[in-house]
Design a protein around this ligand. Structure first.
Ligand code: FAD
Length: 462
């Protein structure tokens, strides 16, 4: 029996974050007809941030939020939940997609994180937030130039960063794989995502939002002056709808042209004992990413577990509940990668393993799609980087829906769209070849590099 089989022996296939007795009661489903000034569809971070911000901006506004299942059961209860000021999936990516707007995006990112913290404080939300920063680590010496470049870039834009060599990074987080790192120290760290979502849910209800769970939207009817949104057992008459359905919209005939729904996986250990903690260090509890495209990301929880993520998979049609992820086998390779990263934890057991939906676009960052002559806006596509960015996505989505005249709405991120992505079956075939090429390019080379260049030309930053 190898490490992974043993360590995954008693694993529960459910998100650690949601397996919590502190989970709030489920709000009643919508039955019958109601009216609202604003309808928000989706009870993940985007929908919850939108609900809180809409009410705070205008307490008199009548806001209804409907969620198909339970709040945070989509991506928002499943992430690694490493947060930072970046709005566009990292500074490098922001420069790649919006080089002319970078100063504005940096400032908006700082403002967003300040607003995030302020909301937590004002609404007394305990999301187990830890501000130890973010470590971007190099795996192997050949990645050290990436780290040096990342460091220079962050310094140029005024970030509080430190460049660590192999000894420096291992003194922080003791992995034999880590050969260097950039440690970004301000306004970044980790949160408990479900506790954040449940705190935002409570805040929204206290502010007067009418929140209905177990209420899937089935269709939007446009009756000219207003919209009639049908749910399973009811309907909402409204003039504005903010769709916060992220990867769940990747089956929609229009939205899916620019959004692919993929899956990513995470495993979580049992709480580490004192000797295990001693062997790993990690006193500052940074969120850790590595620089590979098929990357791993890892963090500590408040009760001293390690979560370890990163094994992207695409299921045909962007399946948001694939049977293939409801068995232990797909988590095996992730567990083996954990073992390589932290070989000193050879006796550890994983208690939880899960996957979650990611809305991927060629931008790797949030965008906005407008329907029904501006009465409906969809905000999403965070590409795996949306815990703090969803607050910004919700704010801009609302501003577009309300036709506000904000200077940021004139920036490229708000006025342009990510590239078109080929439909099925090319999407499925392309993703299979790409994920295989990413896994094996370094080792085997050949056609894999040519293929990855082609995918890059489509707009994906790999
Ligand atoms: C494994 C994994 C790791 C991640 N790690 C990180 C990380 O470390 N840092 C980071 O910043 N981000 C991370 N992310 C990304 C982050 O979790 C998401 O970007 C964020 O949660 C998106 O929030 P959302 O509200 O837009 O989407 P979701 O949370 O998916 O919410 C959408 C909601 O819409 C509901 N819905 C769908 N259709 C309907 C309908 N017809 N009617 C009503 N409701 C509907 C769904 O049930 C769902 O609750 C990760 C994501 C995953 C999956």
């Amino acid at each position: 029996m190898d490490f992974a089989q043993k360590a995954l022996g008693d694993v529960t296939l459910f998100p650690l974050w949601l397996d919590n007795p502190a989970a709030p009661a489920v709000e009643p489903q919508l039955i019958g007809r109601t009216e609202a000034d604003l309808l928000i569809v989706g009870g993940g971070f985007t929908g919850l941030w939108a609900a809180v911000q809409a009410k705070e901006a205008d307490p008199g506004r009548d806001v209804v939020l409907i969620e198909a299942g339970k709040v945070a059961y989509g991506a928002s209860g499943r992430p690694g939940a490493i947060v930072s000021t970046s709005l566009m999936h990292g500074l490098n990516n922001a420069i790649r997609i919006f080089p002319d707007d970078i100063e504005d995006l940096e400032r908006l990112g700082q403002d967003n994180m300040a607003g995030f913290l302020d909301t937590l404080e004002r609404h007394n939300i305990d999301a187990q937030q830890t501000w130890g920063g973010e470590l971007t680590v190099a795996i192997g010496d050949e990645r050290l130039p990436d780290i040096a470049e990342e460091y220079e870039l962050h310094k140029r834009y005024g970030h509080d960063v430190e460049l660590l060599d192999a000894d420096g990074v291992r003194a922080e987080v003791n992995s034999p794989l880590y050969s260097g790192a950039v440690w970004s120290k301000k306004l970044s760290g980790t949160v408990h995502p479900a506790m954040l979502a449940w705190g935002l849910k409570r805040a929204a209800i206290v502010l007067g939002v009418r929140l209905h769970e177990m209420t899937p939207m089935e269709e939007i009817g446009d009756e000219g002056g207003h919209l009639l949104v049908k749910t399973h057992d009811g309907e909402v008459k409204t003039r504005k709808v903010l769709l916060c359905t992220n990867a769940f919209a990747s089956g929609h005939k229009h939205i899916k042209r620019r959004v692919v729904g993929i899956r990513d996986r995470i495993i979580a250990t049992e709480p580490l004992n004192d000797a295990q903690l001693e062997s790993i260090g990690w006193k500052n509890r940074q969120g850790v990413y590595d620089t590979r495209t098929q990357l791993n990301y890892t963090r500590m929880t408040q009760d001293n577990r390690i979560t370890f993520g990163g094994r992207l998979t695409y299921y045909y049609g962007g399946d948001t509940d694939p049977a293939g992820d409801r068995v232990v086998e797909p988590y095996h390779r992730l567990a083996m990668a954990f073992n390589k990263t932290f070989p000193q934890l050879g006796d550890i057991r994983f208690t939880h393993a899960w996957s979650g939906p990611i809305a991927l676009t060629t931008r790797m960052a949030v965008h906005f799609q407008t329907y029904h002559g501006g009465k409906v806006v969809w905000a999403g596509g965070y590409s795996g980087f949306g815990v703090s960015t969803s607050r910004f996505g919700a704010r801009i989505g609302l501003a577009k829906l309300d036709g506000l005249d904000l200077p940021e709405l004139k920036l490229d991120f708000a006025t342009t769209m990510p590239n078109w992505i080929p439909p099925e079956p090319f999407r499925w075939l392309g993703s299979k070849i790409t994920l295989y090429a990413l896994d094996t390019a370094d080792e085997k080379g050949g056609w894999r590099h040519a293929w990855l260049k082609f995918v890059y030309a489509l707009g994906f930053p790999i």
